[in-house]
Ligand binder design. Structure first.
Ligand SMILES: O=C(O)COP(=O)(O)O
Ligand SMILES: [Mg+2]
Length: 223
């Protein structure tokens, strides 16, 4: 069974606002001010450690890995307390998911967000039940860019891993798909949109309305 596997942050949802707020709560707890703002959305979509690392650089403490490690749990706690205040699904994302399911594809999510947070966010957004499987960063012993994370996501959705496709927004997603030997579609509507073409995905996606057609072109129709 052919499976369309989606990344979450920066692909299905713009989570950057709530992620930045959670990171700033940590910097305030350190006695610093808000170190990140909306212009740091690209860093936010790479996850909590990326945001803490950038803020510590701005504080002139770039090498302070111990502080980053010690504040990471606090960041996750702040984030889970306010996970869907600013977060929105990208326009047309769920219409594309519905169209893919109607066409017979399995749909699933493979994210490097911790599984419990991804579950919470998808449930709050009211869309968890739309996906046949959802694997997070800690669901397996490996995570993206290890291709097994993608393969196991497809399997748990009832799909054939070799007949999957990954829709993502980052070099991690691109590298995962390449290691898996499956096509990759990268979205261009996020903050790093103009950099996506340089990663040479099999297709670029600027509007979710185009996704069903692109998927069929790349992995074929469901028989
Ligand atoms: O939180 C991260 O590291 C990124 O999450 P993603 O894999 O859904 O983009
Ligand atoms: Mg992403």
């Amino acid at each position: 069974m052919k499976t369309v596997v989606f990344d979450l942050d920066g692909t299905l949802a713009d989570t950057s606002g709530d992620l930045i707020a959670a990171a700033n709560a940590c910097f305030r707890a350190m006695g610093a001010g808000d170190m990140l703002d909306a212009k740091d959305a690209g860093t936010a979509l790479r996850g909590g450690r990326a945001m803490l690392t950038l803020g510590m650089q701005r504080l002139g403490r770039a090498g302070d890995k111990a502080t980053i490690d010690s504040y990471y749990p606090q960041l996750l706690e702040a984030y889970s307390a306010d996970i869907d205040t600013h977060t929105i699904l990208y326009p047309g994302a769920m219409d594309a998911v519905a169209a893919l399911k109607t066409a017979g594809y399995r749909v699933a999510i493979c994210t490097n967000k911790p599984e419990a947070l991804a579950e919470l966010l998808l449930t709050r957004l009211g869309v968890r039940h739309e996906f046949g499987a959802m694997l997070g960063a800690d669901s397996l012993a490996v995570r993206k860019p290890d291709p097994e994370h993608l393969f196991e996501t497809a399997r748990r959705a009832g799909g054939d891993p070799a007949q999957s496709i990954l829709i993502g927004d980052s070099d991690t997603d691109r590298n995962t798909a390449r290691a898996a030997g499956v096509p990759c579609v990268l979205v261009t509507f996020g903050p790093s949109g103009e950099d996506m073409a340089a990663l040479e995905p099999e297709a670029l996606l600027s509007d979710f309305a185009d996704l069903p057609r692109i998927v069929t072109e790349l992995i074929g129709e469901v028989a």
